[in-house]
Design a protein around this ligand. Structure first.
Ligand code: PEP
Ligand code: MG
Length: 548
């Protein structure tokens, strides 16, 4: 048995067979070759295998993702035969006498750079596809084909997973995620929590592709994976699973009960969702609404910008499904670790401090207005609030309001119905927003604290960098003061403060947050009932529990 320790990113126990996900960039070695014809033959073979794989993926993705999203595999298939790309590969092999892997990688880099420099969004988006395709071909050349993730439930192990790789996986077939790298506040870890899939990150280099096909136990609480577990570990895992089930059953008694402390203070608990498929868990766990719909994942899934109608249908479906409960839609927060194929962001040295969230939206009014029109149209079908990420200034809020008023006018002219009183909120997730929260409070209906980014920007600790995670103290006095200041300023202006960052789901902070005056909490859907139970045990009339 091999026991590897990392960090638990989503609790839960999983037992199953490992599939090693090899989509991360394969290593490329440079070699001089003598036989160019043999190398060209290898390229042809790799192209055919890659095309077969992509067509198979298209067929399998079609019923699950729909035509529009599945088409990405057809587009990638066509890119493999692109004349310029192929000419560049052939040229390098025949004139520079380099190995096929190296030629494919360099040709792809050049081709991708050319595409991403184009003004056209569609062509820009293809640059990521070129890189994807070349990595697939390199894996075919080296004989390390990609696993088929559609055949049965597996524990997915990987060196690292991007948010879009995680999001695109068929969650019904994933028992657990385990990665060599990763940090617990990255969007990949957050996604696993929203999906309620046990996950362990930061295992280190000992987690290698050799684990593929082996039996394993994943303990998302302790942050451990046991590869080839002993009968004793398997028995222990069964016990832990039974305990977790019992806890869930106990929490099940809180379905249909209003969330309130022992002494009667009500604190609605909403769900964080990243797609409409998370609504099922949210409803099953009796969410009192959706406090954060991270809409950017809609943009990560498609190869091109989702149209107004596609977005409208998604938001309308979510609003209708919630049946009168509030759906809080956050406009796209693309950038940093959430890269979209359809909105190109240049390489940045410091992406967390870069072109992200509202900055992109205020620059790209076409994309922003399309999303706002879709949200407002959907508001005719249910209770919707809209909120905006990464705010740092009053100027941004005023600009957003102006754009909203233009969108409303356009909709009126087009005789489209919408809710005139749609709630208007902003995320408080930068120290700048906290420090001017007294000014911002006068402009909005509510604040929602994004503690993940607020922690990153306050402590100057990149939330995606595993090397600095050990320096991160989520209970840092500075964060607590930021939250308290925000709440006090909002309440002075008669406005509500919610929290949708992961601190809201941390049971160690629940009592502190409620005592600080937080009005609503939004957390991973699967954790709602246990949180409701926990809140019901808090008595605010008793002496305060300290969190440090
Ligand atoms: C946050 O920053 O706390 C937040 C909720 O937004 P995201 O995690 O999507 O950046
Ligand atoms: Mg954030």
């Amino acid at each position: 048995m091999l026991k590897l320790k990392g960090k638990g990113a989503c609790p839960g126990i999983a037992v199953g067979i490992i599939s090693y996900f090899g989509s991360s960039a394969p290593e490329i070695t440079f070699k001089n070759i003598n036989d160019a014809d043999a190398e060209l033959e290898r390229v042809e073979k790799a192209k055919n295998t890659a095309k077969e794989q992509l067509l198979e993926m298209y067929e399998k993705a079609l019923p699950r993702l729909g035509k529009e999203s599945a088409e990405i595999f057809q587009i990638q298939c066509a890119l493999i035969d692109d004349l310029d790309y192929n000419k560049a590969i052939i040229n390098m092999i025949t004139s520079q006498k380099v190995n096929a892997e190296y030629a494919v990688a360099v040709a792809a880099d050049n081709f991708a750079a050319m595409l991403s420099a184009m003004e056209d969004d569609y062509m820009c988006a293809r640059s990521t596809d070129v890189k994807d395709v070349s990595q697939r071909m390199i894996r075919c050349l080296s004989g390390s084909g990609e696993k088929n993730f559609y055949d049965g439930k597996r524990i997915i192990c990987a060196y690292d997973l991007t948010p879009s790789e995680t999001f695109r996986m068929n969650r019904d077939n994933v028992l657990a995620f385990v990665t060599a790298r990763g940090s617990s506040q990255s969007h990949t870890a957050i996604l696993s929590r929203i999906m309620g899939i046990p996950s362990v990150i930061g295992i280190g280099r000992e987690l290698t592709p050799e684990c593929d096909g082996k039996l394993a136990v994943v303990d998302g609480v302790e942050g451990i994976i046991y590869i080839d577990p002993t009968p004793q570990v398997l028995e222990e895992a069964e016990k832990k699973r039974a305990d977790a089930k019992r806890r869930q059953q106990l929490a099940g008694e809180f379905i249909g009960v209003e969330t309130a402390t022992k002494d009667g203070k009500t604190i609605p608990i909403n769900a964080n969702i990243s797609s409409v498929s998370d609504l099922e868990t949210a409803i099953k766990n009796d969410a009192e609404g959706v406090g954060l719909f991270r809409t950017e994942f809609l943009f990560l899934e498609c190869g091109e910008l989702p149209s107004e109608d596609v977005q409208f249908e998604v938001y309308k479906y979510a609003a209708q499904t919630l049946n009168g409960k509030t759906l809080t839609i956050r406009t796209i927060d693309i950038g940093s670790d959430k890269r979209s194929d359809c909105i190109s962001v240049e390489h940045e040295e410091n992406p967390a401090l870069g072109y992200r969230g509202i900055r992109i939206c205020l620059d790209r009014e076409d994309i922003f207005k399309t999303q706002l029109r879709a949200i407002f149209r959907a508001s005719a079908f249910g209770k919707i609030d809209v909120m905006f990420p990464m705010i740092i200034s009053l100027k941004e809020v005023r600009q957003i309001k102006e754009i909203i008023s233009e969108v409303k006018n356009e909709l009126r002219i087009m005789n489209e119905k919408f809710d005139e009183n749609i709630g208007f909120g902003i995320m408080i997730e930068t120290p700048a927003a906290v420090m001017i929260s007294d000014i911002l409070a006068k402009e909005v209906d509510f604040f929602s604290i994004g503690s993940n980014d607020l922690t990153q920007y306050t402590l100057a600790i990149d939330r995606t960098n595993p090397n600095v995670e050990k320096f991160c103290d989520p209970y840092h006095e500075a964060i607590k003061r930021m939250i308290k200041l925000t709440v006090d300023n909002a309440h002075s202006a008669g406005k509500k403060v919610k929290i949708c960052g992961d601190l809201g789901g941390d049971p160690n902070m629940t009592e502190w947050l409620i005592r600080a005056g937080i009005d609503e909490i939004s957390i991973s859907p699967a954790d709602i009932l246990e949180m409701r139970k926990r809140i019901s045990e808090i008595d605010l009339s008793e002496a305060e529990e300290t969190v440090s």
